[in-house]
Design a protein around this ligand. Structure first.
Ligand code: PGA
Length: 248
């Protein structure tokens, strides 16, 4: 039985002071054992937030990292830095990074392998545009994203990886995929994982849905057979995130 995982993706929101205020407000109610709860916060908020949740079951994640250990890469953050700071998860290949910051399937794969080397758990984001959905190429496109991200990743390492299915047309738009649409693609992703590894490995890997998840739609989405929780953007910045966690 896969343990559900609810991750908040704060994106580029909350100064360190604002971050601490939000965490103070929600941490007791998010301190649950039924599911894994992760706050993926901006780099500058990582250390204060890690300190703030240290006596809880809540984990902290970054939203990106570079694929080298250290060196002349002005402005980048390495997995080594994240690990030493107490970060547990790292979102990789979010569609906003692919769209605005030239992230490609190739760089995502390099980052996935580097994150694993440092014991960080990748949350790999995949998802189609509206145009791709309308053309009927959603599943093919996502299969390529999943296979590329996991290229040369062993099955032992893959077991812990989280995949987040986030249709781009549903992100920040208030337009959630229906339960059936989300389930259909997550089931296809699991089939792809089976074909890359085997059924047992695919059964262990967690697949989240993301895209306008809120306290009203979370329960039904998370009840679908292949949806093991959510990656939550806008609604993770408010106390409403508690209700999403409680919906498990
Ligand atoms: P949203 O964002 O919940 O605001 O749609 C989800 C995400 O981008 O991870």
């Amino acid at each position: 039985m896969r343990k559900k995982i609810i991750a908040g993706n704060w994106k580029m929101n909350k100064t360190p002071m604002e971050a601490l205020e939000l965490v103070e407000q929600i941490k007791d109610k998010c301190n649950v054992s039924e599911c894994d709860v992760v706050f993926c916060v901006p780099f500058i908020d990582l250390i204060p937030v890690i300190e703030k949740v240290k006596d809880t079951n809540i984990s902290v994640g970054a939203q990106n990292m570079y694929f080298e250990d250290n060196g002349a890469y002005t402005g980048e953050i390495s997995p080594k830095m994240l690990k030493e700071s107490g970060v547990k998860y790292v979102i990789l290949g979010h569609s906003e990074r692919r769209q605005y910051f030239c992230e490609t399937d190739e760089t995502v794969n390099k980052k996935v392998k580097k994150a694993i080397e440092y014991g960080l758990i990748p949350i790999i984001c995949v998802g189609e545009t509206l145009e791709q959905r309308e053309k009927g190429v959603t599943v093919d496109f996502i299969n390529v994203q999943v296979k590329s991200a996991l290229y040369n990743v062993s099955k032992e390492d893959a077991e812990n990886i989280v995949i987040a299915y986030e249709p781009i047309w549903a992100i920040g738009t208030g337009k959630t995929a229906t339960n059936a649409q989300a389930q259909e693609v997550c089931a296809e992703i699991r089939k792809t994982l089976s074909s890359i590894y085997d059924n047992e490995t695919a059964d262990k890997m967690r697949i989240q849905y993301g895209g306008s998840v809120n306290e009203k739609n979370a329960k039904d989405l998370f009840a679908m057979g292949d949806i093991d929780g959510g990656l939550v953007g806008g609604a993770s910045l408010k106390a409403e995130f508690i209700d999403i966690v409680k919906s498990i």
